[in-house]
Design a protein around this ligand. Structure first.
Ligand code: BT5
Length: 336
């Protein structure tokens, strides 16, 4: 949805003239539409939540920096090469991963890099049929369609890239040091602020597409989490308040854009087969290596020591009897 229509062209002009009036006549001349059309666009933008003041004498002005999540705002000036080529936004949807799969099945070249974002999800999913709480005004929920040239067993590297993108974006925007618990949890203060669900469609030897789904808790207050999650989940806002971090007007929009930017750079590394560099970046934020861990993988569960991550993202562990295993997926609890 990059590129404009007249409504968003109007918005762009108001943004250029931030906090200053643009007269209806000026807008109508520059956009090549009637003054009534300008007025209609303004009404629509206001109803979408843009803080636009209208004065019959002076015209229109945008009074606040928008923190509105929609396809236009996410895409505006997003200088990425693959991620976010197309952006589809829904106020609410069943699950952005479900929608990504629906689009990916269409199988056109351009679907790679398409981002599906939503303000809330009615059937947000975690792994293994678990759910992901996705109420409105609380989190950031999006999925990206990717077509990496990887073997199906290498797909974990995509999840790792997703978690690095979130941790790196948070660090750059707020200085928060999030930790990544292999494979898919991003934590603040040991509590989950982000979960990642990677799903793929593949044949024996090749991946057709991957859907990388990311859910980030932005402003859940502790009170809003159900009791079973209170001790294991938190949000960026809660963490900021608890640690006296000034978010300086940062909102969901800034976060999703920063994550997409980071992800674009990491995906470029992946396309260049520079998996080592992704693992290196992961290790900067990873908290699993060098810890005693409890692994639950399918029916098996055992204690082990997490030694390293392989180039394709598997967790390399040493078991109590000294044998070594490669863990491709599963639950890992850290032993303190
Ligand atoms: C995950 O699964 O952590 C993957 C979550 C992926 C969510 C994104 S949102 C966009 C895209 N569309 C989707 O439908 N999904 C993706 P898992 O590791 O299985 O963790 C799930 C568990 O985390 C649940 O069983 C709860 O215990 C907990 N949980 C649920 N909602 C949570 C939340 N908002 N914050 C923290 N923990 C949560």
């Amino acid at each position: 949805m990059r590129g404009g229509n007249k409504k968003y062209d109007t918005l762009q002009m108001l943004k250029k003239n931030f906090q200053k009036y643009s007269s209806g006549e000026e807008l109508s001349n520059q956009l090549g539409v009637s003054r009534t059309a300008v007025w209609k666009h303004i009404k629509e933008l206001q109803s979408e939540g843009y803080a636009i003041e209208a004065s019959s004498r002076k015209g229109y002005k945008l009074v606040l920096k928008p923190q509105i999540l929609n396809g236009y705002e996410i895409a505006e000036g997003l200088a990425t090469s693959v991620i976010g080529r197309n952006i589809v936004y829904f106020d609410t949807i069943d699950s952005t991963n479900n929608h990504a799969k629906r689009i990916a099945i269409e199988e056109t070249e351009e679907t790679e890099g398409t981002v599906i974002a939503a303000g809330s999800q009615t059937e947000g999913r975690g792994r293994l049929g678990r759910n992901w709480l996705s109420p409105p005004d609380s989190g950031i929920y999006f999925s990206v369609i990717l077509k990496p040239k990887l073997l199906p067993e290498e797909v974990q590297i995509v999840t790792l890239a997703g978690s690095v993108a979130v941790a790196a974006a948070l660090w750059k925007l707020t200085g928060m040091e999030a930790g990544i618990k292999w494979p898919n949890d991003v934590l603040l203060d040991g509590k989950k602020i982000c979960g990642i669900l990677t799903e793929m469609n593949c044949e024996m030897e090749q991946i057709n597409y991957v859907v990388l789904g990311i859910g980030i808790n932005f402003s859940f207050t502790d009170g809003k989490f159900p009791p079973e999650l209170e001790n294991c989940a938190t949000s960026i806002r809660t963490y900021a308040v608890d640690h006296g971090i000034d978010m300086d007007g940062l909102g969901k929009l800034d976060i999703i854009r920063a994550v997409l930017k980071e992800l674009d750079e990491l995906y470029e590394l992946l396309l260049q087969k520079r998996h080592k560099d992704i693992i290196k970046a992961w290790k900067k934020h990873g908290i699993t290596i060098g810890k005693n861990v409890h692994i639950l993988s399918g029916e098996t569960s055992y204690e082990a020591f997490a030694e390293d991550i392989s180039e394709d993202g598997k967790l390399l562990v040493r078991c109590i009897d000294g044998s070594r295993r490669q863990v491709m997926s599963g639950e890992v609890s850290l032993r303190l």
